[in-house]
Design a protein around this ligand. Sequence first.
Ligand code: ZN
Length: 86
Amino acid sequence: MSKICHFCGNKNFKTNNVQYICKHDNKFLIVNDVPCLQCEYCGEQYFKADVLKKIEKEFYEIHSFGKIIKTEVTVPVEQFMELQVA
Ligand SMILES: [Zn+2]
């Protein structure tokens, strides 16, 4: 394989399963254990097109068609300007 990392130019990659966060218009989907190739130097993650397509489809089914999902998390949201220094 002659793939080169777009960020650091490294040529060594490892396969890994990672958490992928999909976001459109303030709607989110988190998918765990998504297979990817990860740069061994900088950690940049590369996903196959069919993997991303699958996640996009799931996102659309959940947010547009109300597909029932197994687990939901509540995520805190802050405005950076409102953060107080302790
Ligand atoms: Zn890299």
